[in-house]
Design a protein around this ligand. Structure first.
Ligand code: ATP
Length: 343
């Protein structure tokens, strides 16, 4: 293999640049040229690309975002568009492709592989919703941001005897809310996977805590409890119907109603895109570097349709089709444990 392509696709995550750097450096060490495709599959179709040299990626190890930019490009679901992608790869001399992104991006990589361009996926997403891997590039960085933000909100809530209601990201899944809530000692975590009752699971629980002497509170809610329409993954979210029926369909309305019913002064905070930005943590820099090296080794050894994964704490790889077909059950016991622990 003489030339490979690399792209970042879907939602950006801290550490994507470190992965790009590792791929380029490892490729260079093996005499392989790397062409960076800008803006994911959109850039492939538009032939928007740049050659990446060792010097051009030198400083990327702690830079947030992705120098290749990213895009959502639904047209890539069309087989004719995929065929155009194959043609463009051939024009550019690209014999294999590294795709850094989430499960949507891996579906594109699978289609591109089946159409003739061997692809390898690297999980780069803050959501940690890729079932075949224990870890994804950006999850740790994002969780550190969330924990830091919640800790700051906790300080001001404590000072003013308030309740802080915090919306966090997580695409269609509640992992970020669960882990962020556990790490920051939240009183309640509301996720799409576990149905809740506003009176019993929120008002009554917080009132009981107040009666036991607690005077400030933290409630963490996964964004998709409120926004199922933005992603097809959210359609099975029963809480969406519930919050709509009960007039609490945004974090602001939820907080207002909570304040009225509990008598506790409350404030809503949407953490938003701050959860995606900034330099990757040490953990994500190492993960991204190890995954980037492994991806190049796979392509060099003519292995494709693989996703680089962490299994039992070690870097290895997994069949892309099998990985995409896997379902990850939400850890309800862990949520229950955390809710009890923080009482
Ligand atoms: P994140 O989890 O961070 O949102 P993602 O990779 O899952 O990342 P998506 O928006 O789902 O993000 O997908 C990224 C891109 O992958 C899409 O814009 C599209 O170009 C391509 N893609 C998604 N689904 C498919 C599919 N079924 N077939 C082919 N390509 C796809």
């Amino acid at each position: 293999m003489n030339t490979i392509g690399i792209m970042t696709s879907g939602g950006d995550s801290p550490g994507m640049n470190a992965a790009i750097r590792a791929v380029v450096k490892q490729a260079k060490a093996n005499g392989i040229k790397v062409i960076g495709i800008n803006k994911g599959y959109k850039g492939l179709i538009e032939m928007d690309c740049q050659e990446l040299t060792s010097a051009s990626v030198e400083d990327l190890y702690r830079k947030g975002g992705t120098i290749l930019k990213t895009a959502r490009y639904k047209n890539f679901k069309d087989p004719e568009v995929v065929a155009q992608g194959v043609e463009n790869c051939k024009k550019l001399g690209i014999e294999g492709m590294v795709v850094i992104g989430g499960d949507g991006s891996f579906r594109g990589a699978r289609d591109l592989t089946h159409a003739g361009i061997p692809c390898v996926g690297i999980p780069g997403t803050i959501d940690n919703d890729i079932v075949c891997t224990e870890d994804t590039i950006g999850f740790d960085s994002s969780m550190n941001i969330i924990t830091d933000c919640i800790s700051k909100l906790r300080d001001t809530s404590e000072t003013l005897d308030r309740c802080s209601v915090i919306e966090v990201m997580g695409a269609g899944a509640g992992w970020m809310a669960l882990e962020g809530g556990i790490a920051s000692g939240a009183d309640i975590m509301l996720v799409p996977e576990v149905e809740f009752d506003f009176q019993k699971d929120v008002i009554d629980l917080i009132k009981a805590k107040k009666e036991s002497g607690q005077n400030y509170f933290v409630i963490v809610i996964a964004e998709c409890v409120f926004f199922p329409e933005s992603n097809s993954k959210h359609k099975k979210n029963k809480n969406f119907q519930y919050v709509n029926e009960n007039g609490i369909e945004t974090v602001e309305k939820f907080t207002k109603k909570f304040q009225e019913m509990s008598g506790i002064e409350s404030r809503a905070t949407v953490l938003g895109h701050i959860q995606r930005g900034g330099a990757p943590t040490f953990h994500d820099c190492i993960l991204a570097t190890n995954m980037g090296v492994h991806a190049v080794e796979l392509l060099k050894n003519n292995k494709s349709a693989r996703v680089v994964v962490v299994k039992d704490g070690k870097i290895t790889d997994f069949d892309i089709d099998e990985g995409l077909a896997m379902k990850k059950p939400f850890d309800k016991d862990r949520l229950e444990m955390a809710t009890k622990l923080n009482f």
